[in-house]
Design a protein around this ligand. Sequence first.
Ligand code: CDP
Length: 218
Amino acid sequence: MIIAVDGPAGSGKSTVADIVAKKLGFIHFNSGLLYRGITAYLLKNELDINDVKKEDIILETSFIGDVQHVFVNGEDYTPYLRENIVSINSTIVGKNPITRQIVDDCQRTFCSANNCIIDGRDIGTHVFPNAELKFYVDCNVKVRAKRRFLEEQEKNSNVSLKAIEMQIIERDETDKNRKIAPLVQAPDAIYIDTSDLTIDQVVELMMKYYYELGLTQK
Ligand code: CDP
C-alpha cells in the first residue's frame, strides 16, 4: 500500500509521515532526501548543478535503523542532506528532467516492494498516481518559515528568519512552476492546512482517513 503526502517546504509533511508510518508499521520514505542526495554529491564534488548525466549517477537509498541513508556512486551523503545550502540548491536540481528520472526509478523500485508512506512534491500526481490514500499538506508561509528558522537555530546556524522566508517563497515558486511534475494538489488528495494544527492533530486526522478507507474497502 502507498500513502502519498505532498506539500511545500516546512508544511510538516515529513514529521507527520514519520509518526503515521510508525503507527501503521509502514516505511516512511522521504523522496526529498533523494533530490538532496544528488545535490550534496554535486556540491561536495564541485560539479555543475545544472548538468546531471544519468550515466554518471548511481543513486541508492536504504534504511539503517530508522534513518534513511542516501548513497551516490557508493558514497553515503546522509550527513550533508539537511544543510541549508543543500536545501536551496535541491530545488534547482529538482527542476532537471534527468534528475527526476533518476529519482523516480529509485523510489518506484523501493516503494513498489514495501508498504510505504512517501512524502514529496509529486508523489500523488506523478510517481504513484494510483496511491490508495493521498494527502496534500499545506501551511501559510510565515508559519513554515518560523518552523524552519527554529530547526536552523538548533543546528547553531545564524541564518535569519527573513532570509528563510525568502528562500521558502523562492523554492515554492520553482516547485510550483517547473515544467515537469510541478507541486500541485492531486484532484483526489485530501487537503490539510497545518497552520493552526499541532503535529498530533495532523497525525490524528490522517489516521482517521486511513481507517475510513479500510471501512469503505471492506
Ligand atoms: O524538507 P523540504 O520540504 O524543505 O524539502 P524536501 O522535501 O527535502 O525536498 C527538497 C527539494 O527536492 C524540494 O524543494 C523539491 O524541489 C525537490 N523535490 C521534488 O521536486 N519532488 C519530490 N517528490 C520531493 C522533493
